[in-house]
Design a protein around this ligand. Structure first.
Ligand SMILES: Nc1nc2c(ncn2[C@@H]2O[C@H](COP(=O)(O)OP(=O)(O)O)[C@@H](O)[C@H]2O)c(=O)[nH]1
Ligand SMILES: [Mg+2]
Length: 330
């Protein structure tokens, strides 16, 4: 729930309260059950909230039913949409924009039954309907066309990326992976004493991958690749849309898994990252584990890996030496 709070803030929402319900199973009609819906309406009305965000992903039917129950004043959305929103706000490059639009369309297509109103924005109107088509069918067809167009463009991007990678052939790539906010971009900056990888206390500040050269003391050169998108229950539309970017991860010589040692949930975060790597087919890549934020961590974790602070620079020499050793062995 704290993470959802941070996600909401990053997308421009100001949280005013939260409610939790424990139940053996989600309610298929309204997610939380009608009694709880009444509680939510009361709390939201009292705090003059304009929006309710659910942690669980809403099914189309649940969304429709909750929309009806909450009325015109209070809107309803879920964590998945909030994440898609943040990505949309942070997309800068052409590729990033393509990926976000694709993810949003896929999500919309999957929710079509529950999101008919918002479809008018896709350009539906008089005269755009094919013979004998219902509004829903027209919407579906339009979304499908746009999706395949975007997929085609992204395939080209992916090919271009592969070519660029080939031209870098011989230079090993180290990809920084790790839960969102773990300090990947900060570490990239600290290691390369650069300033231009965007660092922010916000989930998903970086959307587009940053590549940076790093030279070791022995003269060997590597490329460091920043990544984005590691969060628990990552919307699958996003994972698919970001595959081209994340190819950097699957083709990397070495992964640098950055863990936020100061986060009480580091263990769960680590598992989420490993699950995503698995889905990307990078579960077996050679990995160096690094514990970041040890300047504010309560205790330094006695685990494998290297303790660092991207902020104070502590441990960076050791980290560089360890990376050089690993790369030299390849
Ligand atoms: N105290 C402390 N904060 C850090 C450290 N590394 C990163 N941060 C902060 O953690 C937040 C997220 O950092 P960022 O590099 O954007 O994380 P990313 O999402 O993994 O790329 C920012 O507010 C950073 O200033 C560190 O070693 N110590
Ligand atoms: Mg980052």
């Amino acid at each position: 729930m704290d993470e959802l709070d941070a996600l909401a803030r990053a997308s421009g929402i100001e949280p005013v309260g939260r409610m939790v319900q424990r139940r053996p199973a989600v309610d298929p009609a309204t997610l939380i059950g009608s009694g709880k819906v009444a509680d939510v309406i009361e709390a939201a009305t009292q705090s003059k909230a304009e929006l309710v965000v659910t942690l669980n992903a809403l099914r189309p039917r649940q969304r429709t039913n909750l929309e009806k129950a909450l009325g015109d004043v209070i809107a309803i959305t879920d964590r998945t949409v909030v994440i898609l929103d943040i990505f949309a706000q942070h997309a800068r490059t052409n590729e990033g924009k393509l990926q976000v639009e694709l993810a949003q369309l896929r999500h919309r297509a999957a929710n079509l039954i529950g999101a008919r109103d918002s479809l008018s924005r896709l350009g539906g109107g008089v005269g755009t309907r094919g013979p004998g088509e219902s509004k829903l069918e027209t919407d579906r067809r339009k979304i499908r066309l746009r999706i395949s167009h975007l997929e085609g463009q992204l395939k080209e991007v992916s090919l271009r990326r592969r070519e660029q990678r080939r031209s870098r052939e011989g230079t090993p790539v180290i990809a920084l992976v790790g839960y969102t906010n773990a300090g990947k971009s900060s570490l990239l900056n600290a290691l390369t004493s650069g300033r231009d990888a965007f660092v922010a206390d916000q989930p998903f500040a970086t959307l587009d991958p940053t590549l940076r050269k790093l030279r070791f003391d022995d003269g060997d050169e590597v490329v460091l690749a920043d990544t984005v998108g590691f969060i628990s229950d990552l919307p699958k539309e996003l994972l698919n849309a970001f595959r081209a970017t994340l190819e950097e991860v699957t083709s990397a010589t070495l992964l640098l898994h950055v863990i936020d040692a100061s986060n009480p949930f580091w263990e769960r975060q680590r598992e989420s990252v490993e699950a995503i790597l698995e889905q990307l087919g990078a579960g077996e890549r050679p990995t160096v584990v690094v514990w970041n934020k040890t300047d504010i961590a309560e205790a330094v974790h006695p685990h494998e890996g290297i303790a660092v602070s991207a902020k104070t620079g502590k441990g960076l020499r050791e980290l560089k030496a360890a990376l050089a050793r690993e790369i030299a062995r390849k």
